[in-house]
Design a binder for this molecule. Structure first.
Ligand SMILES: O=c1ccn([C@H]2C[C@H](O)[C@@H](CO)O2)c(=O)[nH]1
Ligand SMILES: [Zn+2]
Length: 136
């Protein structure tokens, strides 16, 4: 699957976003090394703190099913009524979750601003990250 196709999967995932508070819908499509795609959307909460980002929804869905061989993730975000108009970069918490399960030199984050695709390695988004290797 190409990066553009994975972005299309993220757009499909975005349709499920539960965002009564921010109205900002995010979709993620997480791909494994064997080509399986796991969708995630952001899920908000009246108490705000329990809000879950689209990226973490995808990761936790996968891990809860025993899937760990992650290859890349596509992320798209934008306000409910608008299209995807600006780059939606993963928040710090989601970057940390990626660090837990992915090789930061290899794992790619694919983003889209409505016109251009931007692909970054996790290592670029989270330099000097603290992860499982630090506790070995
Ligand atoms: O990369 C991001 C950035 C934000 N959000 C969500 C969290 C919240 O529901 C809304 C506004 O921050 O967007 C994500 O899901 N992923
Ligand atoms: Zn996040």
């Amino acid at each position: 699957m190409t990066d553009l196709e994975l972005l299309e999967e993220a757009k499909k995932a975005r349709k499920m976003a539960y965002v009564p508070y921010s109205k900002y819908k995010v979709g993620a499509a997480l791909m494994t090394k064997s080509g399986k795609v796991i969708h995630g959307c952001n899920i908000e909460n009246a108490a705000y703190t329990p809000c879950n980002c689209a990226e973490r929804t995808a990761f936790f869905k996968a891990v809860s099913e025993g899937i760990y061989d992650f290859c890349k993730i596509a992320v798209v975000g934008g306000f409910e009524e608008a299209d995807i108009d600006a780059l939606c970069t993963p928040c710090g918490v989601c970057r940390q979750v990626m660090q837990e399960f992915c090789n930061s030199k290899e794992f790619e984050i694919i983003m889209y601003d409505g016109a251009k695709v931007k692909t970054m390695k996790l290592e670029e988004l989270l330099p000097f990250g603290f992860g499982p290797d630090n506790l070995k």
